[in-house]
Design a protein around this ligand. Structure first.
Ligand code: 3PG
Length: 207
């Protein structure tokens, strides 16, 4: 998971997609804006079909699944072709199941105990959810080698502050793919949001 995020542009769009027909134009806009990794959350019925279509149309993109909360979701995720999975929290069940499936997994954490659980299970690349600069700095003390992907509450105005932190691998967020722009099929506006994020990230990212 670490190498996947290190190779990526340091911004991970968290997509909630309502219509799978929007998947390819949306992903193309993000790609044109300079992003290389996309997370499609399992919060809508369109998610798996969206992943399938993006994988077929844009094989250069790394497309993963988000909001993975239970191992029973894995067969359908693998069948759709997801390259990685992201969860809002950590569970031993998902640690074992994603490892058995060979699917790179980014589990969510918030507290030192959760970081320790994840490390003990062999995961050192973690989503800090919800994101907080204070929590990130606090966790960097005892866990300086953990790579974090803060997500939740990140946008253009605080992205650079997060990316300046040495333990941050990348930042995730939905601000790049607002539901209103998706509904309006304003792919150009989404491309501009992605380009702006890439521009902000340039020069600020050290991992
Ligand atoms: C997530 O699932 O990662 C978060 O809901 C994204 O948070 P954001 O909408 O504040 O970016």
């Amino acid at each position: 998971m670490r190498s996947l995020l290190q190779q990526a542009s340091p911004v991970l769009p968290v997509v909630v997609i309502e219509d799978s027909a929007h998947a390819v134009p949306l992903a193309s806009a993000l790609c044109e804006g300079g992003l290389t990794v996309i997370e499609i959350t399992l919060r809508t019925d369109a998610a798996l079909e969206a992943i399938r279509q993006i994988r077929q149309a844009l094989p250069q993109l790394q497309v993963g699944v988000g909001t993975l909360t239970h191992a029973r979701q894995l067969p359908a995720i693998l069948d759709a072709g997801a390259c990685f999975a992201v969860s809002p929290g950590f569970s031993s069940e998902l640690a074992a199941a994603t490892r058995a499936a060979g699917l790179p997994w980014l589990p969510g954490v918030q507290t030192p105990s959760e970081v320790m659980q994840a490390l003990n299970a062999g995961f050192d690349c973690l989503k800090l959810f919800p994101a907080s600069l204070t929590q990130l700095d606090t966790l960097a003390g005892p866990f300086p080698t953990v790579g974090f992907c803060p997500t939740g509450g990140i946008n253009d105005s605080n992205l650079q502050q997060y990316l300046q932190r040495p333990t941050v691998l990348c930042c995730g967020g939905s601000w790049l793919v607002p539901p209103a722009l998706q509904a309006a099929q304003d792919w150009n506006a989404i491309c501009i949001l992605a380009s702006r994020a890439v521009e902000l990230a340039r020069g600020e990212h050290r991992c």
